[in-house]
Write a new protein. Sequence first.
Lengths: 115, 110
Amino acid sequence: ETGVTQTPRHLVMGMTNKKSLKCEQHLGHNAMYWYKQSAKKPLELMFVYNFKEQTENNSVPSRFSPECPNSSHLFLHLHTLQPEDSALYLCASSQSHPTGGTGYTFGSGTRLTVV
Amino acid sequence: DAKTTQPTSMDCAEGRAANLPCNHSTISGNEYVYWYRQIHSQGPQYIIHGLKNNETNEMASLIITEDRKSSTLILPHATLRDTAVYYCIVLYNQGGKLIFGQGTELSVKP
C-alpha cells in the first residue's frame, strides 16, 4: 500500500452506464490528481485539484466529471463512455509544491474496460 | 517544465548494475530531476530525486552532471523485480506538475 487507495481495482461498464472511481489518501497531502494511461502510451494528466479546488482540466471530455469533496478524497464520475476510454486510471496526491520530498504518491489504479 | 530524453529500452543482466541515462539539456536552476518507475499495470513508484548533488537511497543512486544537463540513475544490483519502465522527469519546484514521457523500458534478464 502506498497510502493512496483506489477502488475499484477493475471495472467493466457499458457505454450507457454511470459509474464512479474513488481515490482516498491519508498522507496529509493537499493536492490530488487524475491520470489516464491507455495501452502502450505515457500517462496523461487529466485533472489537478489543490485544496479541493480544481486548478487544471487538460481538455478532458465532459463525460469525465471529477469531484473533490475534501483534501483526502477524489472521485471520477463516468457516464456515456466510449470504448476508447478503456484504460488504467491512476490517482495521485502530493503537497502543492512537491519538492524536497517524494513528489507524487500514486495509487494502484483502476483498470476500466468500456464495452 | 523541461523536456527529457531517454532511450526507449535497455537490457541488464541480473546482479549487474543498471545505468539509465537521461538528457535534460533545457533544465532551469530551480527544477529538480525526479525518477519514477512503473511495474506493469501498477501505479508509478517514486525512486529518487535531486537538484545538483548526487543522491543515494536504499533503492538507487542518482548522478547529475555538473552542468545539470543530464543524469544517470543507477540500480547497483539489478534483480528481475526491477524490470519496469523508468521515467526521468524534471519538476519545477513551485507547483510543477509531474508530466510523463515514454520512459525507458528496462528488462533485467537472468
